[in-house]
Design a protein around this ligand. Structure first.
Ligand SMILES: NC(=O)c1ccc[n+]([C@@H]2O[C@H](COP(=O)([O-])OP(=O)(O)OC[C@H]3O[C@@H](n4cnc5c(N)ncnc54)[C@H](O)[C@@H]3O)[C@@H](O)[C@H]2O)c1
Length: 308
């Protein structure tokens, strides 16, 4: 089988080496497309691919249509909102993600950005510490759990809201579960977002929640820009000079945020959450191993799309 790694934003070299080893050890063919400039380049590359590994690359109906031999596509990462699931199902293609493989990297970035902003971007003036501050973890999945672990180490007072996770699991992590999302935002000076982007969550973080946050509020978004109602956030930050927004990836209105809120807004130029060697290796090797295993045994454990 031909297993294609197609990434606009390449994996670290060491991750590619290990992915190739997994693929070839199992007797499959390895192919690589990196830094492609147009969707057509991807369409051309998937023509004879049996399996596809991507990162944030868009896998839409056009990609699926261009790949008549494709049997499985794996998003090396957690969020799979870049893969159109219905066309995969229609073409009998299994779509998977690799949950948990980059979670620590994302959690570390969240704190790196929080510390940077709490110290005024290291501008030499007096900043503030995270110790003793309230932190609300919005969604207690793989990333949320690592965020809790680090926050506890920093001595923060940690709360979490996740309607799909048993409160016992949240308590076992040394975190106080809250009963409603409103309670989370009302209690916490820092809120760290870890909800997936889907039809229910897109634009769901707006004035209704953010206006509840206490003085000197900081919203940290390492989830997806799509979950934010940016117009409402801008309006709120215009009214509240004490509100800071930190985002892993430029918001749609990055220029407006930058001009209007100097010192209260920070974003990474490219999505950086999973950009560590360790996360590249973990998620890339997991993706390759899942494909090899699927071809050998039919294991669909990490399938995210429906069967036809
Ligand atoms: N910045 C990055 O590079 C980067 C890397 C990995 C993940 N992410 C993003 O972070 C998100 C979370 O990653 P993860 O690995 O923790 O995923 P995960 O699937 O392990 O956890 C998601 C959690 O969200 C909860 N959830 C779903 N809908 C919710 C809702 N409406 N309200 C509250 N909780 C809800 C689920 O119960 C689950 O516990 C991903 O979906 C992805 O979009 C970003």
């Amino acid at each position: 089988m031909k297993i294609l790694v197609a990434t606009d934003k390449p994996f670290a070299g060491i991750a590619i080496k290990q992915i190739k080893e997994v693929v070839e050890k199992a007797g499959h063919e390895f192919a690589l497309l990196e830094k492609y400039k147009t969707p057509q380049e991807l369409h051309q590359a998937v023509k004879d691919a049996d399996a596809l590994i991507v990162r944030s690359d868009i896998v839409d109906a056009a990609v699926i249509a261009a790949a008549p031999k494709l049997k499985i596509v794996v998003r090396a990462g957690a969020g799979y909102d870049n893969i159109e699931l219905a066309p995969c199902t229609d073409s009998n293609i299994v779509a998977m993600n690799t949950p948990g493989q980059n979670s620590n990297a994302v959690a570390e970035l969240a704190f790196g950005m929080m510390l940077y902003m709490a110290r005024g971007g290291f501008d030499g003036k007096t900043g503030s510490e995270l110790r003793g501050k309230t932190l609300g973890i919005h969604a207690f999945g793989n990333v949320g759990k690592y965020v809790a672990f680090i926050a506890n180490g920093l001595g923060m007072e940690v709360f979490a809201f996740d309607p799909f996770v048993d409160s016992k699991i949240i308590k076992q992590a040394g975190v106080t579960p809250v009963d409603s999302v409103e309670e989370l935002y009302s209690k916490c000076r820092y809120v760290s977002l870890h909800i997936p982007a889907n039809d229910k969550t897109k634009k769901s973080i707006g004035a209704n929640l953010l206006s509840l946050m206490p003085a000197d509020a900081v919203l940290v978004n390492t989830a997806r820009k799509e979950v934010i109602n940016e117009d409402e956030l801008i309006e709120l930050m215009e009214k509240r000079a004490d509100f800071t927004y930190i985002s892993d990836i430029a918001p749609d209105n990055a220029q407006k945020f930058t001009e209007k809120f100097p010192g209260r807004f920070f974003f990474t130029p490219k999505k950086m959450g999973a950009q560590t060697e360790e996360a590249n290796i973990n998620s890339g090797v997991a993706a390759a191993s899942q494909i090899v295993d699927y071809f050998a045994t039919g294991n669909e454990t990490f399938r995210v799309n429906k069967k036809k």
